[in-house]
Design a protein around this ligand. Structure first.
Ligand SMILES: Cc1cc2nc3c(=O)[nH]c(=O)nc-3n(C[C@H](O)[C@H](O)[C@H](O)COP(=O)(O)OP(=O)(O)OC[C@H]3O[C@@H](n4cnc5c(N)ncnc54)[C@H](O)[C@@H]3O)c2cc1C
Length: 326
């Protein structure tokens, strides 16, 4: 009951940062509970080499359950995790968040009649059990969630858990055969889509250049793409511009978009509404360019530049390029 099962998502030979964070967190918590952290990976066996699976040991996983099955779809993972928990008696299932994590976590909760808490930003051990902390009321308060069920499901907010290499050895890799439900195999991955703004994974980017309505028009993003290119970062957006059709939803940051925590978040023409703030407030350094010195974004920026972004952004791009010698 003190062991934790974590879902790890892989794509093209690598685990994503969010999953590595969940494994690290699972290992920390399992250690405090006196149990082990196990990971489950599902996919084509050819893409899940022994070395790749065992590398999760470096993030604290003691064992990796490798399941041959459809990749990137929720229901087969629900089947796999339900079987592994049924056989292994894990007390908790942990997910790093993201759309797939939410879907699998919800399905697993229903399957196991478990207790669930979503959008978790922190987990602690209390009296030998896990307690999830979840921000509520637009992140103005935090609620503690205790589990009464046999299995507790914890679904983190995207990137809430930090990936930490423990220097631990290779994890034991165990192949698990799963009889998938008929309905679990009905959906098929036809294609992994790519869209502008999503070709770079903004959740993993160290530098984000984000644009808001202050850009004035969709073409305003061209200058931001140039700046992001010069900085080696990616472009993000507010809901206002996504709703206006200026940039794709995949790049939206905030309450109804993605949650990010890059090293640098440069916000251009963004007012700093609470619904945007909740998606980027954990960024290490926030720099804002806004022509209104009273814009709320300056209240939580590390550096504020009051001025017209149309003049500042091109100059900044020029300066970055000059500094990088190109
Ligand atoms: C339920 C709900 C969910 C929501 N979810 C999200 C969400 O996920 N993400 C999100 O972002 N929003 C979300 N919103 C919307 C949010 O409330 C704001 O409306 C939105 O974030 C504002 O976007 P903005 O900053 O681009 O635009 P605005 O608020 O219009 O701000 C534009 C800013 O640009 C500045 N500006 C204008 N011209 C220039 C210039 N030339 N140079 C420099 N600065 C300039 C202005 O001073 C202003 O501060 C949500 C709202 C609701 C009700």
């Amino acid at each position: 009951m003190s062991s934790i099962l974590v879902y790890a998502l892989h794509y093209e030979g690598a685990f994503n940062k969010n999953s590595l964070g969940a494994v690290s967190e699972g290992a920390r918590l399992a250690g405090e509970l006196g149990g082990e952290c196990h990971a489950v990976v599902v996919g084509d066996k050819a893409g899940l080499s022994d070395d790749l699976c065992a590398s999760l040991g470096n993030y604290g996983a003691a064992k990796v359950h490798r399941v041959e099955g459809p990749e990137g779809l929720a229901q087969p993972v629900v089947d796999a995790m339900a079987k592994i928990i049924g056989d292994g008696g894990h007390g908790y299932a942990l997910f790093g968040g993201g759309l797939l994590g939410f879907e699998i976590g919800a399905g697993l909760t229903a399957r196991l009649d478990a207790g669930v808490c979503m959008e978790v930003t922190s987990v602690r051990v209390e009296d030998g059990k896990l307690v999830s902390e979840r921000p509520i009321l637009q992140d103005s308060s935090v609620s503690d969630v205790h589990y009464r069920s046999g299995v507790g499901v914890i679904i983190g907010r995207l990137n809430a858990f930090e990936a930490k290499e423990t220097g631990g050895g290779a994890a034991v890799v165990e192949d698990v055969a799963v009889d998938f439900h008929e309905h679990s195999l009905k959906a098929q991955m036809v294609q992994r889509g790519e869209q502008r703004g999503a070709d770079v994974n903004i959740e993993d980017a160290d530098i984000l250049v984000a644009g808001g309505r202050g850009l004035g028009k969709a073409e305003g993003f061209e200058a931001l793409e140039e700046l992001a290119g010069a900085l080696g970062g990616a472009v993000a957006a507010t809901r206002a511009v996504v709703d206006a059709g200026w940039y794709p939803y995949a790049a939206q940051i905030g309450q109804t978009g993605k949650t990010v925590a890059p090293k640098l978040y440069l916000a251009a023409g963004i007012s700093g509404a609470i619904q945007h703030k909740v998606g980027m407030q954990s960024s290490e350094n926030i720099v804002a360019i806004n022509k209104d010195s009273n814009a709320p974004i300056f209240e939580f920026s590390d550096l504020g530049i009051v001025g017209d972004l149309n003049k500042i952004v091109p100059k900044l791009t020029e300066a970055v390029k000059a500094r990088k010698g190109g």
